[in-house]
Ligand binder design. Structure first.
Ligand code: NBP
Length: 481
């Protein structure tokens, strides 16, 4: 550990809670000298006491000391609570820094805040990089996926450092310059939305094993462990098996059985859905996942609804092995839909903000370090390599075939769950999305006619150019609008 006040540190980290302290250690373990700062100095000292021997750290107490400890151009990574705390820290730093210095916000900022902050810092001659970081505390320490936005010039000085501390897959770092201003945080937001969908789908599979097949925790662990050696191999499937193995010391029951079934959320899933609504992109899988968490959290309402009629329409599946395979297929197909929707949202955000995002690069950096890392990402990377202009991921030959193989099982799962009264919102809405996407005609023609009827909103015809209106309250003849 160093305590000198010389400008010797290549990077500074302010905000030393779980994420910040682990990233600071990651930088130090990779040979960088790291200046440390936290609002309350106790966290700085705790980090130095426990891990000071891991590398070169510079202890600082005030922002002025912190900034003075950094080599020029200075690089500071902010890892504080998103929102007002981030604004406060940026303001303090900006006052102490000089033109050409780089401020990196590695928190979970809302991308529109990042756009605003980048413009404000640019006006003061500072480079501002909004960097999405995924992988939780373990990833922060051993290699996260990093999604830095901001000016390309800052990436030239910053990129090599971030690429060094990021996860590596097949020798490729899980970090690349994403695009201007808020693009890094936008992409991280959609990543988190996809994570919500992924977790909901796994949850629905788990629930079906319990409710439709009556499997115990041990049997479910076996299935998830087996799935993790096939196409579904992923961090989330792997940790699901680990979580389900855990036994509660107090009661001897599986831990999951003593945890209250009300899922909380910090907001990134909700942001993804709000943004998708604004962009007009149907991210139904992500939205169902966000709503499913909200419904699970409506505890008083759920208690009041206990005992409502379930109907008596179906027997449990007779062939457990077949139904298990059907669930695997439903999970895989629904996952393809969720990712396809997330990538559609990224394309729409890119067009809206002029970011020129490259979906293949995102699939590449999400292969490691982050929460949604999965074998599947290699397939997405290949799909975009073969055709960067894919109209939908579902149309890539590999995914098209995968769904073709899954479709019957997927339908059996949704139908059986519906008949048994087991909620599968994400499986079902993903299947409906798929069916709507491939349908030759949709009932939207009727919607258009209704809109024209009550609001003279006009419609297009299948056999002529232009807009038309029917004189509904007149003689019902059609006129050009
Ligand atoms: P928290 O989000 O819990 O934030 C705690 C840190 O913020 C502490 O260092 C605290 O200082 C500091 N802070 C607060 Br609160 N208000 C401040 C203020 N007004 N001025 C200065 N500092 C202030 O920490 P975290 O869980 O390590 O997450 C850090 C960031 O990384 C967040 O934006 C989070 O969303 C993001 N993130 C988290 C994860 C994860 O898995 N946890 C993953 C990816 C990204 P104090 O010690 O003095 O109170």
């Amino acid at each position: 550990m160093m305590t000198s006040r010389n400008a010797s540190a290549q990077i500074g980290v302010t905000g030393l809670a779980v994420m910040g302290s682990n990233i600071a250690r990651n930088f130090a373990r990779n040979g960088y000298t790291v200046a440390l700062h936290n609002r309350s100095v106790g966290k700085t000292d705790a980090l130095l006491e426990a891990h000071g021997h891991e590398g070169d750290f510079v202890r600082t107490e005030t922002i002025e000391e912190f900034v003075a400890a950094l080599e020029k151009p200075r690089r500071v990574l902010i890892m504080v609570k998103a929102g007002e705390a981030t604004d406060a820290v940026i303001e303090e730093l900006a006052a102490a820094m000089e033109p050409g210095d780089i401020i990196i916000d590695g928190g979970n900022a809302l991308y529109t805040d990042t756009i605003r902050r980048e413009a404000a810092m640019q006006a003061r001659g500072l480079n501002f990089v909004g960097a999405g970081i995924s992988g939780g505390e373990e990833g922060a320490l051993n290699g996260p996926a990093i999604m830095p936005g901001g000016p390309k010039e800052s990436y030239e000085s910053l990129g090599p450092m971030l690429e060094k501390i990021a996860a590596q897959v097949d020798g490729t770092p899980c970090c690349t310059h994403i695009g201007p201003d808020g693009s890094g945080h936008f992409v991280k937001m959609v990543h988190n939305g996809i994570e919500y969908a992924d977790m909901q789908l796994i949850g629905e599979a788990y629930h079906l094993f319990r409710e439709a097949l009556g499997f115990d925790a041990g049997q479910i662990v076996e299935v998830f462990t087996q799935w993790n050696s096939g196409d579904l191999e992923s961090y989330l499937v792997e940790i699901t098996a680990e979580v389900l193995k855990q036994v509660d010391a107090e009661t001897g029951k599986p831990l999951v059985d003593v945890i209250v079934d009300a899922a909380e959320q910090k907001g990134t899933g909700r942001w993804t859905v709000k943004s998708a609504l604004d962009l007009g992109i149907p991210v139904t899988g992500i939205a169902e996942a966000v709503f499913a968490r909200a419904l699970s959290g409506s505890r008083a309402q759920r208690r009041a609804a206990q005992g409502l009629a379930a109907g008596t329409l179906a027997d449990k599946p007779a062939d457990a092995a077949q139904f298990t395979e059907d669930i695997r297929r439903a999970l895989y197909a629904s996952k393809i839909v969720a990712y396809a929707q997330g990538f559609d949202q990224i394309a729409a955000g890119s067009a809206e903000y002029g970011w020129d995002l490259r979906p293949g690069d995102l699939a590449t950096i999400w292969r490691g370090g982050c929460i949604i890392r999965a074998r599947f990402l290699n397939r997405i990377k290949e799909a975009y390599e073969q055709n960067p202009e894919l109209p939908s991921l579902i149309l890539a030959p590999y995914f098209r075939e995968a769904i073709e193989q899954a479709i019957d099982g997927w339908r059996r799962v949704v139908a059986t769950a519906t008949l048994l009264g087991i909620p599968v919102p994400a499986f079902a809405s993903s299947l409906s999305y798929y069916d709507a996407l491939r349908a030759e005609r949709l009932p939207a023609a009727l919607t258009q006619a209704q809109r024209d009827f009550f609001g003279a909103h006009t419609y297009e015809r299948v056999d002529a150019e232009g807009k038309f209106h029917t004189l509904w309250s007149g003689d019902r003849s059609e006129v050009s609008a």
